[in-house]
Every structure is written in C-alpha cells, then in structure tokens.
Design a binder for this molecule. Sequence first.
Ligand code: HEM
Length: 397
Amino acid sequence: MRPAFDPWSPLFVAHPYDVYAYLRENEPVSWFEPTGQWLISRHADVDALLRDRRLGRTYLHVATHSEMCRPDDPAHLAPFWHVIRNGILDMEPPDHTRLRRLVSQAFTPRRVEALRPTVQRIADRLVDEFVADGGGDLIARVAEPLPVTVIAEMLGVPEADRHLLRPWSADICGMYELNPSREVADRAVRACEEFSDYLRGLAAARRGDPRDDLITALTQVDGLTEDELVGTCVLLLNAGHEATVNTTGNGWWALFRNPGELTRLRASADLLPTAIEELMRYDTPAQMFERWVLEDITISGVDIPRGSEVALLFGSANHDPAVFTDPARLNLGRAENPHISFGAGIHYCLGAPLARIELTASFGALLAKAPAMKLVETPKWKPGYIIRGLETLLVEV
Ligand code: HEM
C-alpha cells in the first residue's frame, strides 16, 4: 500500500522517514494535491534544484502574480509579506546579491570565530545553572536561551526586551507551515507589525546613540533602506535561533534513543564535530523548503511547467541511501556526510558557521558538566511538519 504523505497527521510528523523512503523509490517527483506542490525526495534532485537558477524563492523579480497565474496576496497579509520580502531569504538577484553582500560582512569567518569564547561562556553559564537545579526542560533552559542571547547580543537587542523575540518569531514561523489557517496568518501579521515597530524604534535610538552592534552598523550602511534594515533584522533574529533550538532538542532526543552512540560520544569528545553534523542529518530541523519554477523544467523525467511550486524534502534527502550508507542508523563518526540541512546555492545558510559554534558549545558543555544526564519522559513533537521540533525535553542530571 502507498503510505500517505500527510503533514497534518501527528503520526506522520513523529516519523516521516518511511514515507520518504517510499517516495524516493517509487515517486521521486510526486504531485501533492492538498498544497498543489511537487514533492521532491531524492538528494540528487534537492541538491541540484537548490543551485538551479531556473527556480527561485520568489518569482516577483521576474513576473507579477497574474503573469504566473497565481492569485494576488490577500490584503490582510500585506504587513507580513512586506517584512518577509525585505529579507534576503525571500529575495532573488540582483537584490539578493546586493543585500547578502552587506549582511555577510557581519558573518565573515573571522568575525564569527571571534564570537566563540562569548558563545562558550553563555553556554557554560546556562548549563551550570541547569545542572545546579538538577535538570528540567533542556529546551527552555539551554537550547532556546543560547541562540536567542547570541543573536540578540550581535544585533544589540537590550536584555530586557529579549523575551519578546521568541513569541514574535514563533508567530511568524507559523506561516512557514503548509496551508496556514486565518488565525495563524493573523498572529503572524500582528507579530510582523509589532516586531517592525520595535526594530524601527531601536534603529532610531542607535542613530542617535551609536553602539558597537549590528543594528548600529546597518543604520550606517549606504544604500540600505529602512524596510530592508527591518527585514534583515527580523530574518536574522528568526533564522538565527529557530533551527538551532530544534537541532539541539532533536539531537539530544536522538542521542537518548541511541544509547550506544551517546556512550560513544561521552567517552570521546573528539567525536563532537562529526556528531553535530550527523545529528543535523539524522533528524533535520527544517524538513522542507519551497521554490517557484521560473522556467519549464524536467526533474527526474517529470516535466514541470513555469509557475509550479516544488517542495524540497530536506529530511528525505538526508536519508537517501544513494548518498548515505545505512541512513537510518545514527553514526556519530560518519565521515562522508554531505547533508543538506543548511541548504545549498545562493541561499545557503549565512549563519551555518555560527550555528556550528553554538551547537558545539552547548553539546560540549552538557557532555562535560552533565555526564549522566538522562531522559525523564518521552517528549512530544510540536504539531508543525516543516519546522521539526519538540515541545519540551525533560531530563535529570
Ligand atoms: C542549525 C541551525 C540552522 C539551520 C539548520 C539553518 C538552515 C538554513 C537553511 C536550510 C537555509 C536556506 C533556506 C532555503 O534555501 O530556502 C538558511 C538560510 C539562512 N539562514 Fe540559517 N540555519 C541555521 C542557523 C542559522 C543562524 C544561527 C543564522 C544567523 C545568525 C542563520 C541565518 C540564515 C540566513 C540569514 C539565511 C538566508 C540566506 C539567504 O537567503 O541568502 N541561520 N538557513
């Protein structure tokens, strides 16, 4: 029987990998009626399409909605799209090239490497407090505050305001799930409005009183509009923590399910770099990214016309046996690991080196300071499919 790709089913969300295996073998390019998208499940196709300029995160740089036979944006979503389309993730060249170059200056390997001691210090402090309390929810106490603190400090969001970031981000990210409801859309719109107002206020404050932070630097960049500044900050604050939180939670849950590998890692901290890559592959924090087809294209023998949308199944690509030996096995020493979790092509994750530093710091601190950490109860997956993360991860140290 054909197993169902059903992103709204908790059972599927808990374990999508058998369905992926079926798709890769039998229908590597599969039409999914409920969202009107082509599902792409093989690693070779996902990797090639991410690099293919005949596809884009948007089509608005080459065509209007009606030229693409697509409906106009509903009026109530205007504030959401305004913010999102002013961030590089939803731009294509030439705007993407211009803005990515500007933002990249904050993420050069040297600058990011210079953050390592600060990141480690934050991770150590969070883990020390967690251990002193005997454990608790690893997500709320360590996985979340680390990347939120790091990106907030980089940008210059005052400590007193940081509690606002997670709820705004979560509300905006609701729109990345498939076929979001009106209620989800309204929450995202409200979050975009509040977040933009907040950032405009902060940028104005920094213009009057410059500091050594990224928002000040962005206010001084020639050729960056105020809307682009806001779009960039929202993107950095969201992209800069959401996936890192979930990689940490999913990663520890994978380790608890594979006690042999956890013992191996506890015995040898040298394994940490390959372990982090493997944990990102094994339970991918963002399961799907979408692209618009800008020119007629053929994928694995299937003709796909301009104006279609493809859904690139990262979780499936990361379990493709054509690329990964024994993909269902967690192997923390996996040497060849071309996982796709950070994407590829022009939108390749700008924060990948920083994410790796954060993950190394938090996993390293927990391994060293909580060597007997154990799970208290089986965690539950959050309901979303695309953003894959746990509600909580209760542990004892
Ligand atoms: C484990 C953590 C992370 C994962 C798995 C991840 C994954 C990704 C992926 C897959 C993309 C490309 C999406 C696409 O092609 O459609 C992306 C883009 C991006 N990420 Fe990350 N990310 C992580 C952490 C971070 C961090 C820490 C930052 C910043 C501080 C960041 C900033 C960005 C930005 C700015 C983009 C847009 C790049 C562009 O469009 O040119 N990410 N990320």
